[in-house]
Design a protein around this ligand. Structure first.
Ligand SMILES: [Zn+2]
Length: 204
């Protein structure tokens, strides 16, 4: 058994406006769920306990996600809870193609244990997908992606939000539809969890 309780938090929902490429072909909610569904059995095979904030195609709301994560953490007191929210970034309002590209890892405000996980995921993405731009997480993160404070990063668990490529960049969207690229995303996430778990185990 691994020490981490992995709480998977898929992006948005089918009914949420925007959150897609300007041509409408890429849908963030769908991409996020597809990657996390590929990831979950791989993590379980490695000995992790994997749970979800939301198993539906719809948006259940930020408070419901946070409450689900907090409850799941309480239900597994022997494990260290870590929530991963997987998104695609956007630099415009979704109506036109933009230039920004790459992957960023976001964590909650201030120095927290979530920063340790962010370091592990940034390292993993740099190793597995070195050809794209990577951004360090920002300590000022709180207003990201959702309009109000990003509630799911503030529950009774450590948490990261990964923005994987830009859904309003043509080249990025092409990669997001490429099975070989998506397989590398899943590999990078697995590596990030393994680095995180190794770090935690080494400190116990
Ligand atoms: Zn998003």
């Amino acid at each position: 058994m691994k020490k981490l309780l992995i709480i998977l938090d898929p992006a948005h929902g089918i009914e949420v406006p925007g959150k897609r490429s300007p041509d409408g072909k890429h849908r963030e909610y769908k991409w996020s769920r597809e990657r996390l569904r590929e990831l979950a059995p791989r993590l379980e095979a490695l000995g992790y306990t994997v749970v979800w904030t939301n198993t539906t195609e719809k948006e259940i709301g930020l408070s419901a996600r946070k409450n689900a994560g907090t409850l799941l953490a309480k239900q597994h007191p022997d494990l260290i809870p870590f929530l991963l929210s997987l998104h695609n970034d956007a630099s415009g309002d979704g109506s036109q193609w933009m230039k920004a590209s790459g992957i960023s890892v976001w964590t909650s405000k201030g120095r927290t244990t979530s920063d340790i996980f962010a370091d592990c995921f940034i390292q993993a993405f740099k190793e597995v997908i070195p050809e794209v731009k990577h951004r360090q997480y920002s300590p000022e993160y709180l207003q990201r992606d959702y309009e109000d404070n990003f509630t799911v990063l503030m529950g009774g668990y450590s948490a990261n939000l990964i923005e994987c490529m830009f859904q309003d960049n043509r080249d990025d969207v092409e990669l997001l539809s490429d099975p070989a690229f998506n397989a590398k995303v899943v590999e990078a996430l697995i590596k990030g969890f393994e680095l995180s778990n190794n770090y935690i185990t080494s400190k116990k």
